[in-house]
Design a protein around this ligand. Structure first.
Ligand code: ADP
Length: 607
């Protein structure tokens, strides 16, 4: 009588006794597919009169894996999950008799060594009939799809009557083989589909994080779980190559920690990644499997030795890159007994390598820009500190000079020349004092460590006061100064003194840069939750080129008429900073020779 249930089961390769099917939800595709196969195997044992039946499917690695076994407990435990190379089965069925879909190889045609190398042989003495079943007889139905590819087998053994099957029994088995063929194809398609769905989810996660996260370590942290689940991997690490294309970047392990790879291994991985990216292929490294084109035998052996040391059975290695540039590699690992890497997974890993490559490239660009901004900020802070220090140092001596000049000025016995020299010194000093004061204010309002202390501020009142003060200068030039504002308070929140400075600078500029007999109007209005303050004049106006630099420190107009007026070039820089730190914005509209309008928008105080 038969030795086992055929090609799939006759092997002694017991390496996969702990075979873990992909974790499936109860009742999911995996259970459903197995159940269908099991029912067919059960039918063969219960209705076709065989002691054991097994259905196997062909895996990507060219092995037949037993998916369903019916029969004794012994047969079940021996056979479930075993794997046999397809080539071995093919060799055997070359010698077979063709019984429709069934193939029968009588024991006498088997290789001499078959008895030793092939697996489980029940201890049964064959009957003495001419058609008696022998323990080494093989009866199997190879299951092909419509394209003629072998997808699985239905094998049976231990006929209950102890005989090789007759015509009637063969016909019944033929029907089971047809059913098994359909069921195996369905099971494989379902498995494939479920795989694709899972992997597509993993890929989506990678792409999603491309926009959400910009730091490489953050991205890797975010996608790790999705990749591990999608690929049903035990471990994962990602190696990013340095930007100079020389050294190697960090290697992250599944638990987020960095994996200590030997320098030699990182070099092997880096070189393999470059070759794999050029060729657009992935590598599977596993003992007993030939190495792919990116890895030499020597390199492969070193990797295998390393994998043995960390308890990893196999790895899937995919290059990461963008355009012609290889940016790193992605490694997914599986333990002993896990499913083999499928071609669907290999393809998905390659796609994810491309997605991740783009993500890494984006993150790098971001990190570079971020660094640049930080450097610029540091430079800006340094500049502000320098200005603040120098201004402070100048302020006291200037005050002393001013005091002495005033004292001298009061002296009765000065000559006319001395007096005019003193007057010139006073003018110069006054100008210096103004610059120093503006610089001090500029550094104060630009200092992030000196935030605005918010309080309600009535802009209407500020305008009244400023207009009051400026009216002297305006009337000296015959300029009409008008205010158009509501009677009631118009409140924003902020620092009163600073906001006063905004209005004062704008109104005094308008008067300063408007020729005699011009007009200046200050308007105030509330628009929704914003306050609009406008200062309009029909003065010199500002050219489009000058408008681009108007708010820069020390900028003074290129227009000679405007330049002739005294000024530090700091007024509008101060205005801009104050407006910004109050959550507002400023716009200018102007035309040379026609006048200017400055618009300030500030948030209105709540309520
Ligand atoms: P300052 O008035 O001290 O020179 P500002 O920063 O206040 O410095 O102004 C910068 C420049 O912008 C001025 O030199 C002037 O040329 C131009 N400017 C500002 N306000 C007006 C305005 N209302 N009309 C014409 N030009 C103006």
């Amino acid at each position: 009588m038969g030795h086992t249930t055929g090609g799939t089961a006759r092997t002694h390769e017991r390496a996969h006794t702990e075979l873990q099917p992909p974790p499936a939800q109860p009742g999911g595709w995996y259970d459903a597919s197995r159940e269908a196969l099991q029912t067919i195997a059960d039918g063969v044992t219960q209705l076709a009169g065989f002691g054991v039946a097994a259905i196997s499917v062909v895996r990507d690695d060219g092995k037949l894996e037993v998916m369903a076994v019916a029969g004794s407990d012994e047969a079940r435990t021996q056979l479930a999950g075993t794997r046999t190379p397809v080539a071995r089965l093919e060799r055997e069925i070359e010698k077979a008799d063709e019984w429709g879909l069934l193939r029968f190889v009588p024991h006498e045609r088997l290789d001499e060594s078959a008895g030793d190398t092939w697996g489980w042989v029940p201890d049964i003495t064959p009957l003495a009939h001419e058609d008696a079943w022998h323990p080494l007889d093989l009866l199997i139905a190879p299951l092909y799809d419509e394209r003629g590819r072998l997808r699985g087998t239905l094998a049976m053994d231990l006929p209950e009557d102890g005989r090789r099957p007759g015509l009637g029994q063969r016909q019944l088995l033929q029907r089971y083989a047809e059913q098994a063929g359909r069921a195996v194809i369905t099971a494989l398609e379902r498995e494939d589909l479920a795989h694709r769905v899972r992997l597509a989810e993993a890929a989506r996660e990678v792409v999603r994080h491309a926009s959400a996260q910009l730091r490489i370590d953050g991205i890797l942290g975010d996608i790790r779980d999705a990749l591990m689940a999608g690929f049903q991997a035990r471990g994962l690490w990602i190696q990013t190559l340095d930007e100079d294309g020389q050294g190697t970047g960090a290697v992250y392990a599944a638990d987020g920690g960095e994996v200590a790879l030997t320098g030699e291994l990182t070099r092997i991985a880096e070189a393999a990644a470059r070759r794999a990216w050029d060729g657009q292929w992935v590598e599977i490294v596993q003992r007993g499997r030939p190495f792919g084109p990116s890895i030499s035998t020597e390199e492969g052996e070193r990797i295998l030795a390393f994998l043995d040391g960390i308890g990893v059975d196999s790895l899937l290695f995919a290059p990461l890159g963008a355009g012609p540039e290889c940016l790193g590699n992605l490694v997914l690992t599986r333990a002993h007994g896990d499913p083999e890497w499928s071609s669907v997974e290999s393809d998905a890993a390659l796609d994810i390598g491309r997605d991740l490559g783009r993500v890494i490239l984006n993150a790098r660009t971001f990190e570079r820009e971020h660094q640049l901004v930080e450097e610029l900020q540091a430079l800006d802070t340094y500049k502000s500190q320098l200005i603040a220090t120098v201004s402070h140092e100048l302020k006291n001596p200037l005050t002393a000079i001013m005091g002495h000049l005033e004292m001298l000025d009061a002296s009765p016995d000065l000559t006319g020349t001395t007096r005019s020299s003193l007057a010139a010194m006073e003018r110069g000093t006054t100008r210096m004092v103004r610059v120093v004061e503006d610089l001090l204010l500029l550094s104060k309002v630009g200092d992030p460590n000196n935030p605005v202390i918010p309080a309600p501020v009535d802009l209407r009142r500020i305008i009244d006061e400023v207009v009051d003060l400026t009216s002297v200068a305006a009337s000296r030039k015959g300029i009409t100064l008008l205010v158009d504002a509501p009677r009631e308070q118009v409140c924003t929140v902020g620092d009163r003194e600073e906001l006063d400075r905004v209005v004062a600078n704008l109104v005094s500029n308008a008067v300063k840069y408007t020729p005699d007999h011009g007009h200046v109007t200050v308007r105030l209005a509330t628009c929704g939750d914003e306050i609009l303050l406008t200062c309009t004049d029909d003065g010199l106006g500002i050219s489009a080129e000058d408008q681009d630099h108007l708010f820069a420190e020390f900028f003074r107009s290129t227009n000679p008429e405007a330049h002739a007026q005294p000024g530090t070039g700091l007024g509008l820089a101060i205005v801009l900073r104050i407006v910004q730190r109050h959550g507002g914005r400023i716009e200018v509209e102007s035309e040379l020779g026609r006048g200017s309008t400055f618009r300030v928008l500030l948030p209105a105080a709540p309520g």
